[in-house]
Write a protein that binds this ligand. Structure first.
Ligand code: ADP
Ligand code: ADP
Length: 228
């Protein structure tokens, strides 16, 4: 199993108040699969994704990604893990405004162990002709495509997407989802995505429905291609 999460718990303390965000979560995903974690705002999706991606820590439980016991890594090892294994895509694109599209991707390629070429990933997201443009000259959907290219260029073993279509209209969202499917096929990248939008979950091979920090349902879709 490529991702295996077992009995994961996480609480936050704010002053006197303790909020339990993850209450013994278990999930798994095969290599090359697309998985979606679906649930309402505040149900713990981002916390789960961030622990899997090594940008947050659990209180107890186990996360294994590609045979790496993420929950046992030291801080330094987590830094390497994030850099070498994980591509992140967020709702907001966080592109560097004074760098061109190509340069935004180059920054990541330069610190990666075995990057794809910048032109190859730009071609994959259909933006090779915008390589020398600046982020502000692009639409929101195009900026998100750049952020996908930037996440993919490092040749990540796992692509983690936090509400990647959250800031986009319906048509742009569809494009982004198709693009993620193409990335999955073309580069064989395993993708785990979180969303509150149940319309999106149709694209995934597996859907985990989460509510108040617990997995309440696991859905295996027969087809991973959404209807036109
Ligand atoms: P996330 O689920 O990651 O918080 P958003 O902040 O984009 O994503 O919120 C998703 C949707 O849920 C938005 O339409 C937003 O208006 C709505 N929403 C956000 N927070 C709440 C909340 N506390 N209660 C009800 N609806 C919310
Ligand atoms: P989702 O992604 O499903 O919207 P989150 O994982 O972002 O849910 O948040 C789950 C709960 O944890 C929310 O109630 C949120 O307010 C709380 N939470 C998240 N991060 C922190 C934090 N750093 N400190 C305190 N509470 C947090």
């Amino acid at each position: 199993m490529f991702i295996k999460v077992e009995n994961l718990t996480k609480s936050y303390k704010t002053g006197e108040v303790t909020t339990t965000v993850l209450k013994g979560v278990a999930m798994e995903l095969h290599k090359g699969e697309i998985g979606v974690i679906l649930g309402p705002s505040g149900s713990g999706k981002s916390t789960l994704l961030n622990i899997i991606g090594g940008i947050d820590r659990s209180d107890s439980g186990t996360v294994i990604v590609d045979n790496i016991k993420v929950t046992k890594l030291t801080d330094d090892e987590l830094t390497d893990y994030r850099r070498d294994f994980i591509g992140f895509i967020f709702q907001f694109y966080n592109l560097i405004p004074n760098l061109t599209v190509g340069e935004n991707i180059e920054v990541v390629a330069n610190i990666s162990k075995s990057p794809f070429s910048i032109d190859e990933v730009l071609e994959a997201v259909g933006l090779l002709d915008k390589k020398n443009r600046f982020p502000k000259e692009l639409s929101g959907g195009e900026q998100q495509r750049v952020s996908i290219a930037r996440a993919v260029v490092k040749n990540p073993r796992l692509l983690l997407c936090d509400e990647p279509t959250g800031a986009l209209d319906f048509a742009s969202s569809r494009e982004i989802l198709k693009l993620l499917q193409n990335i999955n096929k073309r580069f064989g990248t395993t993708i785990l995505m979180i969303t509150h939008n149940s319309a999106i979950s149709g694209m995934a091979g597996q859907v985990y429905r989460v509510r108040s920090g617990e997995i309440v349902e696991r859905i295996m879709n027969e087809t991973i291609i959404p209807a036109e």
